[in-house]
Design a binder for this molecule. Structure first.
Ligand SMILES: *Cc1c(COP(=O)(O)O)cnc(C)c1O
Length: 381
């Protein structure tokens, strides 16, 4: 008997329509900085209900643009959750700012607004919340923590496109600035890619320049005006996303709602299967929230068994994963920010975190295979 196929924790879905959209764009006059960029920005802003969207070439670039829009500079502090992908904190460091790590809730792994409130100082310029696993963070609680202070609220929404908060606001239209990633494991993909949404026209303008070296106009605008002159007003980067990637992203966006529905059905099967099983507990889900189900994370009862379970699941062809080690435990952060705060909940939760496969190509049989393997490996110890 051949061994069953490997089930990765996440995987892209590319349709014939996507392929056609990319080929059409490759055969057009514009490979980059052309009409597909504007079309995608319009589509994404429309989908989220935000006024502006700026396409860039990664989620990391999106976070960097958000920090530039807020003019984060040396001496500024930005509060970020202890548990996230490193890019959430790196974007602050790129600007010479200081990331201040806030703790997370043990049951949802979302940033804890009470700990955020404790860590606000006169130097705090922004808070970045992560919509961990695809569930929007509690932005109302974060607004309350900010009060009347001039502190911006940024969403690292790299997990949550397609999700909605308890007030019915779409991810991308909840915080002052929201960053998305279109890496292949994320809910929709453009290969590499990202975007920022905002309702603030000044942020939008600043980010458009920032993704294009800090130059005031782009190539296509100058072409239209028949002009060669441009001015570089501040230091920016080349963070532009190509037209064929934007064509892919627009085409993917059309399928997002259907895909979120399929992901939610798989998540529901996991939730039902683990409800009566005490080896693992799924993360807390808040009522009235539309979860985007980027990843399915469980907390292991026996945290000491996590790494053995990871290895055993992999041996059985189940692509388990871990999201994430507390950022300040990485060597770079230990060296660069040695006095980093300790986040006791994050440190306690991290060893118990395990991500199970969740993507639209999974069949119901795949889901049953994962459930069976998880139950057997969690019971072994
Ligand atoms: C994927 C991800 C990023 C970075 O996105 P890239 O497109 O890979 O640069 C940032 N934050 C979180 C939470 C992510 O999951």
């Amino acid at each position: 008997m051949s061994s069953p196929a490997f089930i990765p924790y996440g995987k892209q879905s590319i349709t014939e329509e996507d392929v056609h959209a990319v080929i059409q764009t490759l055969q057009s006059d514009w490979l980059t900085t052309g009409p597909k960029v504007h079309e995608f920005e319009r589509d994404l802003a429309g989908y989220c209900g935000a006024q502006h969207a700026v396409a860039v070439n990664s989620g990391t670039a999106a976070l960097h643009c958000a920090m530039a829009a807020l003019d984060i500079k040396p001496g500024d502090e930005v509060i970020v959750p202890a548990i996230s992908f490193v890019a959430t904190a790196n974007c602050v460091v790129y600007r010479g700012g200081t990331p201040i790590f806030a703790d997370v809730h043990a049951d949802s792994v979302l940033i804890d607004a009470v700990d955020v409130a404790r860590k606000i100082t006169p130097q705090t310029k922004a808070i970045i919340a992560v919509d961990y696993a695809g569930q929007p963070a509690d932005y109302s609680a974060l607004r309350d923590a900010i009060g009347k202070r001039d502190i911006a609220l940024v969403a690292d929404a790299c997990h949550s496109i397609g999700g909605t908060d308890a007030d019915g606001r779409k991810a991308g239209n909840i915080a002052d600035l929201s960053a998305f990633s279109f890496h292949p494991v994320k809910p929709i993909t453009s290969g590499e890619g990202g975007a920022i949404t905002t309702n603030n026209a000044a942020y939008d303008k600043r980010m458009r320049a920032f993704r294009n070296h800090g130059i005031d106009t782009d190539h296509r605008e100058r072409e239209k005006q028949g002009a060669w002159h441009y001015d570089m007003q501040e230091l920016g980067f080349n963070y532009r996303l190509t037209d064929f990637q934007c064509a892919l992203a627009s085409s993917q966006l059309k399928k997002l709602d259907t895909w979120v529905t399929r992901r939610a059905a798989i998540a529901e099967a996991y939730l039902t299967a683990f409800a009566e099983f005490d080896g693992v507990s799924p993360l807390k889900i808040f009522p009235a929230v539309q979860h985007a189900w980027h990843i399915f994370v469980v907390l292991l009862k026996d945290a000491g068994n996590r790494d053995a379970m990871f290895t055993e699941l992999r041996r059985r062809g189940i692509g388990a994963n871990v999201h994430y080690r507390p950022i300040y435990q990485h060597t770079y952060y230990r060296n660069a920010f040695p006095s980093s705060a300790i986040c006791p909940v994050a440190e306690k939760v991290f060893p118990a975190l395990l991500t199970l496969p969740l993507h639209v190509h999974m069949t119901n049989d795949d889901v049953r295979r994962v459930i069976k393997a998880v139950k057997e490996t969690a019971e072994k110890e």
